[in-house]
Design a protein around this ligand. Structure first.
Ligand code: ZN
Length: 459
């Protein structure tokens, strides 16, 4: 349609020009101009041609001037776009390098991003993460501190500083920063759990319990987990009370903790010892026996023997035999029974209990060690004993306490890991189970941020 209109307009223009030319040709004449002592004489047709030509030249000149004046702005915009693209590329590559743990590339991209953006909030975050990955804590701290100056990145800066302080073992600074973060975002579950964990690590159990109750009230922590946390906090208070020599306080706290988490073995053990300490032996026995039915654990057996003072070796063995008999078909009960049978020199019984474990493929190092001891003591068979001993060397190790955050394996349970101070991180399991191969699921120990957090502020 437009093409048709264009052609029509062209035809009309040519017709009009032809008419004008014909009209001028019919009316010849000259025009004379006197100007500055010059006299120009020409025909009307030539004059019109000159005027048209001049007009065209002026229009072309004006267009050139316009392009020349707009040029720098267009070029600058193009340069800005290129810089921005380079910055975006460096940021993305840098964050990927951080996620991949590639310290050198992360640093390279961080420098590129910072140069291209003049220190945008996201480039500061990348700089901090890259510095942390390179082990340059001072540079990471500088970057996080710069992030505090911007309202949008202040929270993330605080988060980075908290993690750095915690890694330095400076829990007081970490707690102060966590309180700042809480003032900024009172509803953030991470801050509440951080404050709680720091108070627990500092042994401020009462304050920790208040933080926990607050988190429960605001539903920042799920009910079942909150209950377990409260039980562990109260066990921390039990240990503190025992250290002060306040056994009455310790007992009431241990009772409360046991009511909150009846399956927590360290709680059961503490309560049983405290009950026995105030003459409630029968109650302590029942408590340990019930726990043994639920979940046989060596600490329960040890406590069961320890709460009766001045037992002879045989009496101790007979008492532990009754505990094993309550839940006889579990691995822990068979081992306990075999140990007591060895002490009481009832060889056939010991052999039977141990061989069931071997047949059931439930034998661990402790099983083979006991079999070796049996061969030596019953028949003096050193050769057989050596064979079992060899199996013990390669056999599966016994279950132990393991920190699921740092992998540390302390001798005894405590409310937080003695190595990394993580709260309630100790679990009873066999070594070499899956947790040791895979990294911990949340809150990377090196303080780098989970991808979701990066994506949130990157947008
Ligand atoms: Zn740990």
């Amino acid at each position: 349609m437009r093409a048709v209109l264009k052609i029509t307009a062209g035809v009309v223009l040519v017709l009009v020009l032809a008419l004008v030319a014909a009209w001028l040709a019919d009316r010849p004449g000259t025009i004379a101009v006197d100007w500055l002592g010059y006299r120009i004489e020409t025909s009307v047709g030539v004059l019109i041609a000159i005027v048209l030509l001049l007009g065209a030249v002026l229009a072309a000149l004006a267009r050139l001037v316009l392009i020349a004046s707009r040029g720098p702005r267009v070029l600058a915009a193009r340069r800005r776009l290129k810089r921005r693209q380079a910055a975006d590329r460096a940021l993305v590559r840098g964050l990927v390098a951080v996620a991949a743990g590639d310290a050198r590339d992360a640093k390279k991209q961080a420098i590129a991003a910072e140069g291209a953006t003049d220190g945008s909030p996201l480039s500061l975050l990348l700089a901090a993460q890259a510095a942390q990955l390179n082990g340059d804590m001072a540079a990471a701290e500088r970057a996080y501190n710069l992030m505090l100056e911007n309202e949008e990145t202040k929270f993330l800066g605080l988060r980075g500083l908290i993690v750095l302080a915690r890694r330095k073992g400076d829990n007081d600074t970490a707690l102060a920063r966590a309180r700042e973060a809480q003032a900024l975002r009172p509803g953030a579950p991470w801050v509440a759990s951080e404050i709680f964990g720091l108070q627990a690590a500092l042994g401020e159990w009462r304050a920790a319990e208040e933080t926990l109750n607050g988190a429960l009230r605001h539903k920042l922590i799920e009910g079942a987990r909150g209950k377990r946390h409260r039980a562990v906090v109260q066990l921390g208070q039990v240990d503190a009370a025992l250290a002060r020599g306040d056994e009455a306080e310790a007992l009431s706290l241990a009772e409360s903790a046991h009511a909150l988490a009846p399956d927590l073995v360290p709680g059961t053990v503490r309560l049983a010892r405290l009950l026995a300490g105030v003459g409630k032996r029968k109650k302590a026995d029942r408590l340990l026996e019930n726990a043994w039915v639920q979940q046989p654990h060596p600490d329960l057996a040890e406590t069961y023997a320890a709460i009766v003072p001045d037992l002879s070796e045989e009496d101790r063995a007979r008492r532990l035999e009754t505990l094993a008999a309550i839940n006889p078909s579990t691995r822990e009960s068979r081992l306990l029974a075999a140990e007591q049978a060895l002490t009481l020199r009832r060889w056939a019984e010991a052999r039977e209990a141990l061989m069931v474990l071997v047949t059931n493929h439930e034998a661990t190092r402790r099983t083979y060690d006991l079999l070796a001891e049996l061969e030596r003591r019953e028949k003096g068979d050193q050769r057989r004993a050596a064979e079992w001993q060899e199996k013990a060397m390669t056999g599966e190790a016994e279950a132990r306490w393991f920190c699921h955050v740092c992998g540390h394996s302390p001798k005894a349970w405590s409310p937080h890991c003695p190595s990394c101070h993580s709260f309630d991180s100790l679990e009873w399991r066999m070594p070499g189970a899956i947790g040791e191969i895979l990294p911990p699921p949340a809150a990377p120990a090196d303080g780098t941020l989970p991808a979701a957090e990066v994506a949130r502020i990157g947008g």
